[in-house]
Design a protein around this ligand. Structure first.
Ligand SMILES: *Cc1c(COP(=O)(O)O)cnc(C)c1O
Length: 402
């Protein structure tokens, strides 16, 4: 049982709280599912990029999947070894590519022919060789929210099979490129197994056809995307996930790379916010809280559901209310028509499943400092990010004021 009241007293609200023991358990479950096969877990840093969280996974033996050079730097700072760091993403700048090659990370996940050209050119300038993997878009509908679907041709991610093959041949013939892996990631919050193994099958076939022309890959990178329970979703068990993937790799000697984000962090996190007051507009009841869309964007961005737990002495009957923040946008809400008792000033709401794509998507909109973050481990709480204050927010502007 987490003592949210005490945490709110000590650290103030709004506040992010992460249960590291839960993250450890999720990591172990997934890692164990691939037992008996060479595998690397590469934690998807964007799901929760706090240095202490990345370090927690690094200490468990995890690598890191990064989507900007900033995330690569975080991974290094957190102690992830270079040979377990992957750099993915649909648009990488020359500077980012250069730094990734210089840092000698495991590989760069390339997402277009044009990008392959840039990587080759920069590796040549550095008189180096860049290990690469190519992100294949298997054109499979992952049956998830369109904003987090990435495996269809009308998404911007990856390249078609024919293009991928051509790119592998080109990379194999270049002295500056070393094609070592193949990658797919069809979407996030996946709850259906079928699109995953269909994609794996398509990609594994491409590995075989490359092997036939003497291009031998080492890494089969299955991306992330495992869904979690926010409400009453039926999710995929790690063991079933692993078996489905491994079933497509018969006869291939490949190290499986898995890039879980949400699966490891979502349900380890809580967003704690305080009730400011209630208000009624006609028939509509609102609970106004001190947290907002700049702290936790998922409800506004995806209309995502988050369970809300109430900490109050109120024993009134439940009625429907919208839980809204102070930001000047009608889209600033955490829940709509949620059953809540009558709430008092300073009652607490705990927004569940906030550990993934929570803090990281935060902003300073409305000149609001971002929340503090606290980690819980072995029954102890420790601050892992200070609350931003006004001085932090204006630091890069105030000396430029003329
Ligand atoms: C976002 C992302 C992940 C992690 O996705 P989750 O749904 O959080 O598991 C993994 N790999 C790549 C390439 C990504 O872009």
């Amino acid at each position: 049982m987490i003592n949210f009241k005490e945490l709110a007293n000590e650290h103030k609200t709004p506040l992010y709280i992460y249960d590291l023991d839960y993250m450890t358990k999720q990591y172990g479950d997934l890692k164990d599912a691939f037992k008996g096969r060479k595998s690397i877990m590469a934690y998807a840093v964007k799901s929760n990029s706090n240095l202490s969280i990345v370090k927690h996974f690094a200490d468990l033996g995890s690598g890191a999947d990064c989507v900007s050079i900033g995330e690569v730097r975080r991974a290094f700072l957190a102690g992830v070894p270079a040979y377990k760091i992957i750099f993915s993403g649909v648009g990488k700048s020359d500077d980012e590519i250069r730094e990734a090659i210089e840092k000698d990370i495991l590989y760069i996940n390339v997402e277009s022919e044009a990008e392959l050209g840039r990587v080759e050119l920069i590796a040549k300038e550095l008189n180096s060789t860049s290990r690469i993997s190519i992100r294949v878009n298997p054109n499979i509908d992952p049956q998830t929210h369109p904003y987090i679907s990435t495996g269809l041709h009308d998404n911007k991610f990856g390249v078609e099979l024919d293009t991928a093959k051509r790119m592998y041949i080109r990379a194999n013939n270049s002295q500056y490129l070393d094609p070592v892996g193949i990658h797919f990631h069809i979407g996030s919050q996946l709850t259906e197994l079928k699109p995953i193994y269909e994609s794996a099958e398509i990609v594994a076939d491409l590995v075989r056809s490359l092997s036939n022309i003497k291009i031998e890959l080492k890494f089969f990178d299955i991306g992330g995307g495992l869904g979690v329970k926010y409400d009453d979703e039926i999710t995929i068990a790690p063991y079933d996930y692993a078996q489905a993937i491994l079933g497509t790799l018969k006869g291939l000697d490949l190290t499986v790379i898995c890039e879980p984000g949400r699966f490891l962090t979502a349900n380890a996190g809580y967003f704690l916010t305080k009730v400011l007051y209630e208000k009624q507009n006609g028939a509509k009841r609102f609970v106004v809280v001190d947290g907002a869309m700049n702290d936790l964007l998922r409800p506004s961005l995806y209309n995502a559901y988050h369970k809300i737990e109430v900490i109050t002495d109120s024993e009134s009957e439940l009625s429907k209310a919208d839980v809204v923040g102070p930001v000047c946008e009608s889209g600033d809400f955490f829940a709509k028509d949620y059953q809540l008792p009558v709430l008092e000033h300073n009652d607490l709401l705990v927004v569940h499943s906030a550990g993934a794509y929570g803090f990281g998507m935060g902003s300073n909109y409305n000149t609001r400092g971002r929340s503090a973050e606290v980690a819980l481990e072995d029954g102890k709480a420790r601050l892992i990010r200070k609350r931003e204050n006004f001085e932090d927010l204006i630091a890069l502007e105030k000396d430029l004021l003329v």
